[in-house]
Each structure stands twice: as C-alpha cells, then as structure tokens.
Write a protein that binds this ligand. Structure first.
Ligand code: ZN
Ligand code: ZN
Length: 238
C-alpha cells in the first residue's frame, strides 16, 4: 500500500515541533506524497501560535515541490459538548480543522462525556477530521462515533504517532481495532495521518499500514490511497 496523503503535520509554529514547511514539503515530495496539510496546534495549546499564524496561512503556496499544501489547524475540544477552540477570525481562510482531545486542554472524561464531546465536535462544519481517537483515558462508544462520522462526513483518524513504539496514548491499538471493525461494518472511510512533529516522520505510515492489514480493512475505505476523494471531503479555499 502506497499512501499519497498526510493531513496532520506540525511545523515549528506549534512550539513543540521542529521542522519548517519547506523541510516538510521536501520530505513529502521525496516520499511521493501528493497532498499534505499543515495543521499546527491552535493557540489554546501551551506554546501554540497566535491566531495571526492561521489568519495568514494564505501566504503559503498551494503547491511546493509538486505537493499540494492544504491549510489547516489542529484545534482543541474544550468541553464535553464538543466545543472546539476555532476562532471565527481565521477559520474562513483555512481549508479545514482537525479536532482533538488533549490533556492540557480538557480533563479526562467518562465514556458518556467523551462520546458526547467527540460527536459534538464532529457536528462542527469546519471539523473534517477527528484527531487521534483511541486513548483509554478518553473512553468512548466506538459504534456511536463511527455512525456520527458517517452522518457528519467527518473522517476518523488512524494516528500513526500514537501507534509507534513509545506512543503515549494507552490502549490506542485496541481502540482502533474496535473502531475499524465498525467502520468496516458501516462502510465508513477513514484517514491515516502521521501527526509528524518533525519532517523526518512525514509520510511514515508503517504502523498504520500494519494495522490495516491485520484487521483486513478494505482498501477502498482508506482515503490516503485516493487523494481526489480525500479532497472532496476538504474543499480548498482560494
Ligand atoms: Zn503536538
Ligand atoms: Zn493532537
């Protein structure tokens, strides 16, 4: 399987990531990717960039080294109703948002709370990807979340960084196996992303591919293999 997209990448602007857009795009081109997305953390993350960072993303060329560059943000889900810390001042400049649960930005919740938070965030029209679901500290109803993904057109993420040895989200593998089981049953597409915090990790999908193979996940539901279908989910702005 040759993945052609990586829609969750952090640059130096995130504060705890270490590569520039130029370095990331060069690595992406070398690895044969067709579409990448810059998705730095929102300002609610300690060390995250000011809102102006996102407001000015239209300054970034649409194509670098032959790779399409999508403008995004990884926003925080900040309450259990699924409120996301996206600022109306810049969201219209961006192509899409990822919404994720991060411990500095929301406490750990129970299954009812986290399921409600995830579904609430997916109902936000700017949110096109639910970032790294599958952390035992944020338990959720797998089938309810898959059905919400289908209904809202929000992609669930297979987060490669979480699956890597030393990944810091307990239970992620077991949770993703369960999630993919329901995606298969209900015919819901997913996206794998590296969540790279250095250029060297961009396009490295070894753990995700192994997981897809182990659960015999249908190729037609893996949008990394179909950049055009992926871009149908995420409409690029000018
Ligand atoms: Zn980060
Ligand atoms: Zn994250």
């Amino acid at each position: 399987m040759k993945f052609l997209t990586d829609m969750h990448i952090h640059t130096v602007a995130s504060g705890h990531a270490y590569s520039t857009i130029d370095e990331i795009a060069r690595f992406a081109a070398e690895k044969g990717l067709k579409v990448i997305a810059m998705t730095d953390h929102s300002s609610g993350m300690p060390g995250g960039p000011h809102d102006f960072h996102f407001h000015n993303m239209r300054a970034i060329p649409r194509v670098l080294y032959g790779v399409t560059v999508v403008r995004g943000i990884e926003a925080n889900i900040v309450d259990f109703d699924g409120k996301v810390d996206i600022n109306e001042d810049y969201i219209n400049v961006l192509d899409f948002a990822i919404a994720s649960l991060h411990p500095p930005c929301i406490r750990f919740g129970d299954k009812e709370e986290v399921t409600r938070a995830m579904i609430g965030a997916m109902e936000n029209p700017y949110v096109k990807i639910l970032g790294h679901p599958g952390d035992n500290r944020y338990p959720f109803d797998h089938e309810a979340v898959v059905l919400a993904s289908k209904r809202t057109g929000t992609l669930l993420e297979v987060n490669n960084a979480s699956l890597r040895p030393g990944g810091f989200r307990p239970g992620v593998r077991e949770n993703l196996v369960e999630l993919l089981k329901y995606c298969k049953i209900h015919g819901v597409p997913v996206i794998a992303n590296t969540d790279a915090h250095t250029a060297y990790a961009v396009g490295e999908f070894e753990e995700s591919i192994r997981l897809f193979e182990e659960v015999d996940f249908p190729k037609e539901l893996i949008l990394n293999l179909y950049p055009e279908r992926l871009l149908d989910f995420i409409t690029l702005k000018n």
